[in-house]
Ligand binder design. Sequence first.
Ligand code: TXA
Ligand code: MG
Length: 334
Amino acid sequence: MFTEVCRADDAAIARAAQLIREGALVAFPTETVYGLGADALNAAAIPAIFEAKGRPSDNPLISHIADWDALEGLISETPNETACRVMQAFWPGPLTLIFLKGKNVPDAVTAGLDTVAVRFPSHPVAQKLIRAAGTPIAAPSANRSGRPSPTTAQHVAEDMDGRIPMILDGGACGVGLESTVLDVTGERPRILRPGGITKEMLEEVIGEVDVDEGVLGMLREGAQVRSPGMKYRHYAPMGEITIVTGENASRHIAQLYDEAKGTAAILAFSDADYGTRRVYRLTDASGELFSVLRRFDEDGIAQIYAEDVPLGGMGLAVMNRLMRAAAFRVIRAE
Ligand code: TXA
Ligand code: MG
């Protein structure tokens, strides 16, 4: 299949919407990461998403809407007060909410769950595409399963060239990490995946919010998986990442680097001095993280030693992604 990469002007968006209506796949920008979209209400269109990504079919998709009325067609109950407050505060934006699923939503979208994930993105191209398609768009991140999520059209092309008919290029994504997934179906709201809307921002609007234990911890064996996406190794470059924490982290990182066999690199969030060693330094930890993970592969890095970041604000989302990329390899250096 030939994959067309198009600047996301109105004509290209109209053609993309036509493809969606015909049951085909289109990659498109959102404010978080690029999505790989299909008509969320067309059961026949959904399997191609899982095929193109190489994604296990038990990992459900987020349905994207671009006006408030579209929510009704996807869910089975009137949103509760918690849901209404966070929607009012953060939609459109990088927040995904879990609701009880309405009967229009195909099982393939929700992987057979009785809940559905819904998001109203703020990116103008995403909104125009959904409106032009006239249907909610089911979309996971547009990476091959196990690769870092794409934050540019170039990243999408690396993973999807030849697999989908069209990529809408809307430039680099602003947030650079995926949306926050918040379960509002239970008694207390619970973050299943930290992301663009922080725990602190949510708590200002709805009071205390739980963080699922799977967000940072290794899932305990046999523990119930609330968000199926959390059980897979994720965002992984081909090189091996080791996170080093603690007071002497930078000294220990330098030492590990010097002892490494093969090409090593340091992923730094602080301004620690590593001399002439090969350092990839992120000042805004969240926005560039996925690009840097991809660059490690391009640069043929075999061993990556990473600093950690404090868990406040976007730090929780950064550490959630980094822990997965590192397959939970963490060393504490006292
Ligand atoms: O920012 C984002 O959320 C991006 C853009 C494209 O919108 N999308 C995205 O989709 O990250 P994906 O498929 O890569 O991640 C969706 C996450 C997965 O961890 C999945 O398990 C979880 O949301 N999820 C989806 N439906 C769910 C449900 N009904 N209950 C619990 N978790 C759900
Ligand atoms: Mg993803």
